[in-house]
Design a protein around this ligand. Sequence first.
Ligand code: PHE
Length: 443
Amino acid sequence: MKRENWGSRFGFIMAAAGSAIGLGNIWKFPYLAGSEGGGAFLLVYLFFMVTIGFCIMAAEIAMGRRTQQSPVGAFLSLGGKGWVIFGYLATIAAFIILSYYSVVGGWTIAYFVKTLTGGLATTDAVTHGDNFGALISSPIEPIIYHGVFMALTILIVLKGVNSGIEKASEVLMPLLFALMIIMVIRAVTLPGAMEGIKFFLQPNWDQFDMGTVSAAMGQAFFSLSLGMGAIITYGSYVSKSDRIPGSAGYIVTLDTSIAFLAGMMILPAVFAFNVDPGAGPGLTFITLPAIFEQMWAGTFFQAAFFLMLAIAALTSAISLLNNPVSYLEDNHGMNRQTATIIVGVGIFLLGVPSSLAMGVWGDVSFFGKDFFSLCEFLTDKLLLPIGGIAVSVMAGWVAYPLIVEELTNKGTAQFAYLPVWSFVCRIFAPLAILYILVSGLLV
Ligand code: PHE
C-alpha cells in the first residue's frame, strides 16, 4: 500500500513546525533562559539550533522519507538488527515525554477555562503565583485537565493524522505567530521592560557553565522534536519531490523565532512585575496573566493566548502520540483505533504521578528527583541525546549514501551546505552530544 503523503509542502512544514512549536518554546524556553543566565543561554541555544538542530532535522526527515517507516522500522531497514534498539528508545521517549507534557498541556486548558469564568481576575503577580500553585498542587483538578488534554490528543490521532493535523496547523500556526507579535509589543512597552530585554539579550557569562551548555542543547533537541522519532515518522509522509534541506531550514527558523518571541514576551514582563526570572515552571502562568490585566481587552487576549498555547501543545502532543501508535500499526499490524486508545490511556496513567509530584507527592523522590523531574531528566538528558547520536551516526556514516540521495533528491537538487551537513553529522554532532550527554549526567 502506498503510504499517505502530506497534501502540500506548506502543509508538511506547518505540521512539522506544529510538532516543534509547543510548550517547549513558549513555556519552557523563557524559564530556562531566566534561570540559566539570559543572553548567554540564548547564544548557546542559537548555536545548537543552526548547527546540530538543522542537520539532525534534515537527517530525520530523510530517514523517514527514505524508509517510509516510523523509527523502529526506519532504523531496522537502514542499519539492520543492531540498530533497532534506537527505534525502541525513541518510541519510549515519546511515551514518557507525552506523559508529563500532557500534564502541563492540562494547565493551559485550565487557564483558558479559568480566564473565561473570571477565576484569574486580579492584577497582583503574587496572587497569580498563589493561584498557580494552588492549581498544580491540587490532587484532583490538574489530573482532570490532564485527562481532557489526553482525550483531545487521542481524538485527533484516532481520526488519522494527516488531513487533521495538516489542515489545523495551516491555520493555527500563522495565528499563533500573529498573536505573539501583539503580545511582544505590549510586553516590551511596559514600564521597566528594558531591564528584561537586556537580561535576555546581553550575555551574562558569570552564570555560564557546562550546565548552561547542556541545558541549551537539551532544549534545542526538545524544541525541535528531535531525537525521539516524531520527525522521522512525519518525514515518512513527505513527498519525494520536496526538497528536504529547505523544509528543514524553514522548520528550524520558525521554531527559533517563536522561542525568541516567547522570551521577548515573558522576560520583559517578568522584570516589569518584579518576578524572579529564575522562578522556573510557573513563570508563564504567573507573569502573563498579570500583563493581560493591564491590557486593553485583556481578558479576551488572555483567553486567546491560553487557547493558542493549548493548541500549540496539542499539535506537539499529536506528533508524540502518533509515534508509538504508528509503531504498533507498522510493526504489529494493530489497527489505528485500538493502538491509539491503548497507548493514550497508558500515557495518561503514567502522567498521573507527574501531576501529583507538584503537590501531595512532592516529597516522594526517585533517585533524588520528584517524578515529574525524573521523567524530564530521563528524556531531555538521556534519551534525546542518545537518539541524536544514533541519528547522526546513522545518517553521517552507516546510511550516508542513501541519506545524501534523499537530501539531494537523487542528485537533482542543489544542497550547497552538504559538506557542512556531512561534517556536523559525522563528527561534530556525535562528539558534542556525547560530551554533553556525559557531562549532563554528572552535573
Ligand atoms: N517540540 C515540542 C515543544 O517544543 C515538544 C516535543 C518534543 C514534541 C518531542 C514532539 C517531540 O513543545
